[in-house]
Design a protein around this ligand. Structure first.
Ligand code: GDP
Ligand code: IMO
Ligand code: MG
Length: 424
């Protein structure tokens, strides 16, 4: 059994990109299994920060193959920009970047539809990244989508035209008064498709099957977070794919019994970008401190991230749904300096205390109940072993391990590759 899985346990931006980059040296293949350029995965090393949207986070290593799986949706225009960025760093990606023929394409009109749909929702908008994710997955499940493999067929442009025409009628239906120049967008799109076609398209489920038979080590990289999962997240304020562990099976064609370790990543506090309920959200100075010390701005949209205390009720749910075997705690350094740290350990729901995530976690339904812990003041960012950790941090970690019944094997104390502490 050779497939490990790494995914976010909160509302995204937990630090998946950083940890995938750290772990890549131990793997032969890094494979993204869902989502698309709504993701922004940040990696930092040698004083340089990189943000990847569609390309897996192992791309900066020499040997590992980076695979964009069938469950991913690809915008050729954004993909090309990512490749251009790799070129500026002289990363030779041609031999180590593979794309599943079954991955779906985001068309320019998908992005416009996303914007029109959000505009029509008004105050109820999802807070989408406007990358066309929802409309593309709708076309996938509606069996209308265009896949990477179609680009190898002679009639794909006719299919494109007919789908784009349909989208234009749908955009008119929304009457959202969105201005766009489709000709210009299409010129950019078709040029980017030509760049995409210079890469290697594969039948990725077969490729991964053979790789497993050969004993290759595979790490599946998730995008978004468990609470944004289309089934188990805070619907409708979610993304349009299964971000949870099962998504790796459908998004790569890996059998469930081939998955060994499930690495669940969480921040030592909680953030969320976009709309939707967030029980432990802070609107005070503590929240502002987390946002400023943690530089909490979206890696894809630049929007400020909402911040709040760690929500163990939600985290437990994510551990459960994903079958997490190892936890990784990110951004502990951001909590240095708080006298008291709060952890939400239950909710008051309809007058009763509950410890599971109910159907509706809108603020009018639940009130978080907090356990308080003593904070620490030491700067963690230069520490390189758990022995240097302040007692209060070790207590915080021990409390979480006990509550979540899962070991925390990595503690991250800064954005750089080197600021990563392994715990045995
Ligand atoms: P992803 O989407 O899960 O890959 O996460 P993002 O890259 O969107 O957001 C995580 C942000 O936190 C990035 O800016 C990272 O550079 C940064 N980061 C990751 N780990 C740490 C950490 O331990 N401490 C601090 N201060 N920043 C971190
Ligand atoms: P990574 O992989 C944080 C959020 C959006 C919005 C909702 C739906 O970097 O963790 P969509 O564009 O998918 O239709 O938006 O999901 N969202 C993310 N939030 N991190 C992400 O990815 C996200 N991808 C989507 O803000 O609330
Ligand atoms: Mg991100």
């Amino acid at each position: 059994m050779a497939v490990n899985l790494l995914l976010g346990l909160q509302w995204g931006d937990e630090g998946k990109g950083k940890i995938v980059d750290v772990l890549t040296k131990d793997y032969d293949i890094i494979a993204r299994f869902q989502g698309g350029p709504n993701a922004g995965h940040t990696l930092e090393f040698d004083g340089i920060k990189h943000v990847l949207h569609t390309i897996p986070s192992g791309i900066f290593h020499d040997k590992a193959i980076n695979l964009v799986g069938n469950g991913v949706v690809i915008d050729p225009v954004i993909f090309k920009k990512e490749l251009d960025n790799l070129d500026t760093f002289s990363i030779d990606y041609k031999a180590k970047l593979l794309i599943s023929r079954k991955a779906h394409l985001i068309l320019p009109t998908h992005r416009i539809l996303d914007a029109a749909s959000e505009a029509a929702k008004g105050k109820a908008k999802i807070g989408s990244t406007l990358k066309g994710i929802g409309p593309t997955y709708m076309d996938k499940t509606g069996r209308n989508g265009i896949r990477v493999g179609d680009l190898e067929l002679s009639d794909w442009k006719e299919r494109y035209r007919s789908l784009a025409n349909k989208h234009e009628a749908m955009i008119d239906f929304y009457d959202a008064k969105i201005e766009y120049d489709l000709q210009e967008l299409e010129a950019e799109f078709f040029a980017a498709v030509e760049t995409l076609k210079t890469l290697t398209f594969i039948d990725s489920e077969e490729y991964l099957y053979q790789a497993q038979r050969e004993g290759k080590k595979i790490l599946a990289e998730g995008a978004q977070g468990s609470l944004l999962d289309i089934d188990f997240g805070t619907y409708p304020f979610v993304t349009s794919s299964n971000t949870t562990a099962a998504g790796a099976c459908t998004g790569l064609g890996v059998a469930p019994n081939q998955i060994k370790e499930v690495f669940g990543i969480f921040k030592a506090y909680t953030t969320r970008v976009g709309s939707g309920p967030f029980p432990t959200e802070l609107f005070d100075k503590d929240g502002e401190t987390m946002a400023s010390v943690g530089h909490e701005f979206g890696a894809t949209t630049g929007r400020p991230r909402r911040c709040g205390w760690l929500d163990l009720v939600a985290l437990k749910y994510a551990v459960q749904v994903n079958g997490v075997t190892q936890l990784m705690m990110m951004k502990g350094d951001v909590l240095s300096g708080f006298d008291t740290l709060k952890i939400c350990t239950s909710y008051t729901y309809q007058g009763k205390e509950i410890t599971h995530l109910p159907y509706n976690i809108e603020p009018e339904n639940i009130t978080p109940v907090y356990t308080e812990m003593k904070g620490w003041s030491e700067d963690l960012t230069k520490m390189n072993s758990t022995e240097q950790f302040p007692k209060e941090l070790n207590d915080y970690i021990a409390f979480l391990e006990k509550e979540l019944e899962t070991p925390i094997t990595i503690v991250s104390v800064g954005p750089d590759r080197t600021q990563t502490i392994h715990r045995s």
